[in-house]
Design a protein. Structure first.
Length: 217
């Protein structure tokens, strides 16, 4: 059931915002949500939290994460931005999971962006026999990132064709979604979630725990 705690709003952009325009005025209009708990539901320290904002227009869906960064970055020394980076989830990264069919969240898409600008897109399905992943899925997503003294900002833009829904959603439509951040390394690695999955071990792939993505006008 949807309530204010499990709804993330995507605002309709009044102007076309490029993925690298991390400070565009349109982002200030988007309602923020805070990623402040680990996957388990335990409170995450402020130094590992993040803020996410979503926007949409006739061309696609955009998300921007602004993360607190008070520990050494865990990133690739030789990032590859020309193609998806499998295994990106093992380093610092922000993730957006989206299920366009609200009645079937078990079929969803995963989009990731690292502080290096590296990216990953996957199509997934969770069924009775486990999780199936389409590693060859290509969304056409764009990514951008910026590292500052005590923060990291990353953004992604995904065209509607990637979701197989035949175009942009209608204002007022709701999909299912979740937002995550992975930060740190080793035994202290943090798996931060907007909607905690409450899995026995760190696991973001629990579609029944997804929140609601509301497309506002």
């Amino acid at each position: 059931m949807a309530n204010e705690e499990n709804i993330v709003e995507a605002s309709r952009a009044r102007a076309l915002v490029g993925v690298a325009e991390l400070d565009h005025a349109e982002w200030a209009r988007a309602r923020p949500v805070r990623l402040k708990r680990y996957w388990s539901g335990e409170a995450a320290p402020f130094a590992r939290q993040a803020e996410a904002r979503l926007m949409w227009d006739e061309r696609g869906l955009s998300a921007r994460f602004v993360c607190e960064q008070r520990e050494p970055l865990v990133v690739s020394a030789s990032p590859e931005r020309g193609w998806k980076t499998v295994g990106l989830w093992d380093r610092d990264v922000c993730e957006l999971f989206v299920a366009p069919r609200a009645d079937d969240p078990s079929r969803y898409f995963e989009f990731e962006v690292a502080p290096t600008g590296e990216w990953l897109d996957l199509a997934l399905r969770v069924g009775v026999f486990g999780r199936e992943t389409d590693w060859g899925f290509y969304s056409g997503m764009e990514s951008a990132a910026r590292i500052a003294a005590d923060s990291v900002a990353v953004a992604m833009r995904v065209p509607w064709d990637a979701f197989g829904v035949g175009g942009a959603p209608r204002a007022g439509e709701r999909w299912r979604a979740n937002l995550f951040r992975c930060v740190g390394a080793g035994e202290t690695r943090g798996y931060v979630a907007w909607q905690p999955t409450h899995a026995p071990e760190p696991n973001f792939h629990v579609p029944e725990k997804f929140g609601w993505l509301h497309f506002a006008d």
